[in-house]
Write a protein that binds this ligand. Structure first.
Ligand code: SF4
Length: 449
């Protein structure tokens, strides 16, 4: 498994297909993190887990311990693939196979797709960042994270089908729909088409679509498989609404069981906390965890009458279970303690800000323009400009922004939105957010200083 150097030691991203982590795998990660690294772990916004602070010279031992624990490429993949590569991102909804409201159980698709990605030698050429989403229509889903290929279940009179699209998210505009049984052949054909068409340095589908056009990618894919695509079904299609608040707290799914969701503050936990989570999953659940794209975890199959005890145990571990908690509304990238690019200690500053965060405000602190912590545009972004100093951006509706400001630079301040203040301390940023939270957009001044 790949270990990359960072400011605070080696970093190993442990990819979890569908976000699924067994208690035994969690224990293997905790042991490896204590034996070969600092013990600090992070949950990512692609529902993966990463080990930080890997000691120099311990990279191979850590990788071996993780693979022995059933993580990373399977033993059936060739030795070359194991050493040269790692699993690709395959995201499912955190409640895949559990949510009675879902149109399809996507968990049954995950294993053949992961096997195909590992065992077909040509797919070793895909970038480790190449990402797939298979959405079963669950009530809880992350739909704002662009994927190279996405499939989303949709109701159809002849049975549920999959809408699909490239280089985007469900809701960006589907290309067409396919029968559910053709999901794996379609993905395989699209991966081959991508590799056929990708030029030097083109690692992601958006680059290939930009270079050749969507129709050319699809045409190429159909040379690899005969798939019946219904284009007309895509027109006007909209994915049903989701409630991301369902990621936290206790929720019944039937008369007997449900799930409990939690998240560590700012996506970080230590090995002991991961062990505690795994123990809870074994005692009160089915021995599994599901890592979520909101950098948290879900314990499935918890008995309804055990939920209060599980919530109390999660709080004792320092985990958050309430979507209204300020730290459930605050995300921050690694920051200067772990990333040389960061202009500020975003994690420490985020803790300061959270103590003063107005109700209902969601905020993202980023150490530089790369925006590693957020795949989407947050309602408010604090972009570090110097230690302890941030420019503040707001994801304001563009039509409102154009009415309230003629400043072209402000309107074009993507990817974070419109800049509303420069070079603020955390205390001043908290005051500004308080002020903005009480104003409708149209009444806001273009920029505060
Ligand atoms: S957003 Fe920038 S500073 Fe933060 S972790 Fe990513 S690269 Fe580093």
């Amino acid at each position: 498994m790949r270990v990359v150097a960072t400011h605070d030691g080696g970093l190993c991203r442990v990819r979890l297909p569908g976000g699924l982590l067994t208690a035994a795998q969690a224990e293997a990660i905790a042991q490896a993190a204590l034996a070969h690294a600092s013990g600090t772990l992070e949950l990512t916004n692609r529902a993966n887990l990463q080990v930080r602070g890997i000691r120099a010279g311990s990279e191979a031992a850590l990788s071996e311990a993780l693979v022995a624990g059933g993580l990373g490429p399977s033993a059936s993949a060739s030795a070359d693939l194991c050493t040269a590569d790692e699993l690709r991102n395959l995201m499912l909804a955190p409640l895949a196979g559990l949510d009675p409201a879902a149109l399809l159980d996507t968990t049954t698709l995950a294993a053949p797709i992961v096997a195909m990605l590992q065992n077909e030698p040509r797919f070793a050429a895909l970038s480790p960042k190449f990402a797939l989403l298979i959405d079963g229509g669950e009530a809880l889903a992350a739909l704002d994270h662009p994927h190279d290929i996405w499939l989303a279940a949709t109701a159809h009179e002849g049975g549920a089908r999959f809408m699909f699209g490239l280089a985007g998210c469900p809701g960006d505009g589907a290309f067409g729909s396919i029968a559910a049984a053709q999901a794996t052949p379609l993905i395989r054909a699209l991966l081959h088409a991508f590799l056929d068409l990708a030029g030097p340095g083109q690692l992601r589908m958006r680059e290939v679509v930009a270079a050749h056009g969507l129709q050319a990618v699809l045409k190429q894919a159909l040379r690899h498989a005969s798939i019946d695509i219904a284009n007309e079904t895509a027109s006007g299609w909209q994915r049903s609404k989701v409630d991301t608040g369902l990621r936290l707290g206790a929720h019944r799914l039937n008369d007997r069981t449900g799930y409990v969701g939690c998240q560590p503050p700012l996506a970080r936990l230590d090995a002991a906390t991961l062990r505690g989570l795994a123990a809870l999953a074994q005692t009160h659940g089915d021995g599994t965890l599901r890592i979520t794209p909101w950098q948290g975890a879900i314990l499935p199959h918890v008995a309804n009458d055990a939920m209060p005890a599980v919530i109390a145990a999660l709080h004792a571990l320092g985990l958050i279970t309430d979507a209204a908690h300020p730290l459930a509304r605050t995300i921050a990238c690694t920051g200067s303690t772990g990333c040389a690019k960061s202009r500020a200690d975003t994690k420490a500053d985020a803790l300061l800000l959270a103590a003063h965060l107005p109700p209902k405000i969601h905020v993202h602190l980023s150490g530089c323009e790369r925006s590693c912590a957020a795949a989407h545009r947050a309602p408010f972004t604090l972009l570090a400009v110097a230690p302890g100093a941030y420019d503040v951006y707001e994801d304001i509706d563009e039509s409102v922004a154009q009415n309230s400001s003629e400043n072209i630079e402000e309107r074009d301040a993507a990817p974070f939105g419109r800049r509303v203040a420069r070079h603020l301390t955390i205390e001043a940023a908290a005051q500004l957010l308080e002020h903005l939270s009480m104003q409708p957009h149209a009444q806001r001044a273009p920029e505060h200083s």
